[in-house]
Design a protein around this ligand. Structure first.
Ligand code: ATP
Ligand code: MG
Length: 553
């Protein structure tokens, strides 16, 4: 994993050459999700960077729930996040933490800053603070900036004790009201907010702000490199200010990288939650969702997702990657790993007139020609088979080489057959196709070497299983539903799911397990649905089509 080096690794290599700022420790990173939703493919990028960098340097990566904001967090998400990370193949060992477990220490550092004259309790309301934040030419103001240390200490303690209204007082770091970086204009580091917290309950009515909490969490855990996305770049001076002004031994270094964007989808937990809550999708794990659980249910492999991030690389320039590239990475992996099977999505009966009634043959076929060690399986063959309606045309179109009266095709791995006609009902609908088989062509090759242009897939009616097939398309009809000035909900693709109820699949699939992945010959890559598929009601999700619309340069 993460074998290719990127700019973050170059920075670390330089540091190590200079004796390192890792204090003799190995590289120690962390992945800090906010437990307010499920992880998506963008988080997987951060996961690859955090865990991948640790792995590359023989270091460690912590998993930390960033739960300092009590408004929207939920324990439900914590378990889901852990499961998704494990599924991707990452291991945090016994280093699982909650930011909220450091609340007491954070409070202590707040006190320390006040004592050092580096923080003060401010009585400006949020509105007043906004009015007094100044602009590029005017510094911000606070009439409380020079309040005596003792007074701030007393007020801060009473804030904690619950003596003041929500939003009435804040603790602010005393840095630089004239700073060109507005994050440094005496940022609020604590606010009063009487909301129960999913872990600490009603113990606290003051909560630390992210910019204060995060560097403390990192420092307390001995994190050497705090890797985060680009939107925190302007916050780095504050990050450094915090670790440099509190009594911690470890001084982690923040390095930012570009966020991942993908076409035809949204990558924000808020928007994804909205899709779930408005019923546009069936849940966070709907196979159309870019969430890890959705991609997994769709049929994505951990390897395909890791390859996708690996190939995209890591830089400081935000970019949007084509959705088709993600599909390409999946196809590449499934081509090597997915077992082949035959499934007929739109079945019509094929009757082989000269094949003895009641006779059955077994053909041993390779599970995956790309991977001979995957072994073989048996498919049965008899007089009546299912084939796809599209593989027969009574009046062939130009360049149509499949079944039409008089034409020969190969039934995959079985026999060469010649179409002799079809049956129709009173309305003219085709109810069965008739053919004769070449008894000399067992296995699919002609004895006289004559060329057969087309090969079609089939399923034995005697042993076939019924299946429900779910075909998925892009969730959004436009490339960039995420743009600020459009309402992404207006662009949800109404045809993103097509359900086929009466498909016929080969008998071996009756034994498949949830999440087993297959290449249905000539049809696409499919995955047994983890929620709805059972031996008595098989359900397969199309993970990706066979055709490759994407060609990497
Ligand atoms: P969202 O907007 O989806 O809620 P977030 O950044 O608020 O994303 P967090 O749970 O705070 O979500 O993210 C955990 C980590 O994942 C952070 O380090 C964040 O930078 C990273 N991350 C989130 N989205 C992306 C993305 N699209 N590309 C790369 N990294 C991301
Ligand atoms: Mg966040």
């Amino acid at each position: 994993m993460a074998e290719s080096k990127h700019f973050i690794h170059e920075i670390i290599d330089e540091e190590l050459k200079e004796g390192g700022r890792c204090y003799g420790q190995t590289v120690h990173t962390r992945f800090p999700p906010e437990p307010n939703g499920y992880l998506h493919i963008g988080h997987a990028k951060a996961l690859e960077i955090d865990f991948g960098t640790a792995e590359l340097y023989g270091g460690l990566c912590n998993l930390r729930m960033d739960d300092t904001n009590p408004t929207k967090e939920d324990e439900e998400y914590v378990d889901a996040i852990k499961e998704d990370i494990k599924w991707l193949g990452h291991d945090w060992g016994d280093r699982f933490f909650y930011a909220s477990q450091y609340f007491e220490q954070m409070y202590g550092f707040g006190v320390e800053l006040i004592k050092k004259g580096l923080a003060y309790v401010c009585e400006l309301t949020p509105e007043q603070m906004k009015e007094m934040r100044g602009d590029t030419t005017t510094p911000a103001q606070s009439p409380f900036r020079d309040r005596p240390i003792e007074e701030s200490l007393d007020l801060f303690a009473r804030m904690r004790a619950g003596e003041f209204e929500d939003g009435s007082l804040t603790l602010r770091a005393k840095i630089d009201l004239a700073s060109g970086n507005f994050n440094m204009r005496d940022p609020v580091i604590y606010r009063i907010n009487r909301l129960p917290h999913h872990r600490t309950g009603n113990e606290w009515c003051i909560y630390p702000m992210y910019d204060f909490a995060h560097p403390i969490e990192d420092a307390l855990e001995g994190i050497t490199h705090s890797l985060c996305s680009l939107e925190f770049e302007n916050h780095r001076p504050l990050y450094d200010w915090v670790v440099n002004n509190i009594s911690v031994e470890c001084k982690p270094r923040q390095i930012e990288f570009a966020r991942l964007g993908i076409t035809h989808t949204v990558l924000s937990k808020r928007k994804l939650r909205n899709l779930v809550e408005t019923g546009m999708v069936s849940g966070w794990d709907d196979p159309r969702m870019p969430t890890l659980c959705g991609l997994r249910r769709r049929g994505y492999t951990p390897k395909s997702i890791r390859d996708f991030h690996e190939k995209n690389g890591v830089s400081k320039v935000n970019s949007v990657v084509e959705y088709a590239f993600l599909e390409y990475c999946l196809r590449e992996d499934l081509n090597k790993t997915a077992a082949r099977a035959m499934a007929v999505l739109n079945p019509v009966k094929l009757i082989i007139d000269n094949y003895p009634e009641g006779m059955t043959e077994e053909f041993e076929v390779e599970n995956n020609p790309e991977n001979p060690e995957d072994g073989t399986r048996i498919v049965t063959f008899s007089r009546e088979l299912w084939i796809d309606r599209d593989d027969f045309m009574e009046e062939p179109a130009k360049k149509y080489f499949r079944l039409f009266p008089g034409n020969e095709v190969r039934l995959k791995s079985a026999y060469v057959i010649k179409c002799v006609g079809c049956d129709k009902d009173a309305d003219g609908n085709i109810t069965a196709v008739h053919a004769t088989y070449d008894t000399e062509s067992r296995g699919g090759n002609t004895a006289d070497g004559r060329k057969i242009k087309a090969t079609i897939h089939w399923v034995d009616t005697a042993t076939a299983a019924d299946a429900e097939i779910r075909l998925y398309d892009r969730l959004f009809t436009v490339e960039a539903p995420d743009l600020a000035d459009v309402n992404y909900l207006d662009f949800v693709n109404p045809d993103s799911l097509t359900v086929i109820k009466g498909a016929k699949v080969e008998a071996s699939l009756k034994a498949c397990k949830p999440e087993d992945r297959f290449q249905f010959l000539r049809v696409g890559y499919f995955c047994a649905d983890s929620k709805d598929s059972s031996p008595t009601h098989l359900v397969f999700n199309r993970a990706v089509s066979l055709k490759d619309s994407y060609r990497p340069e």
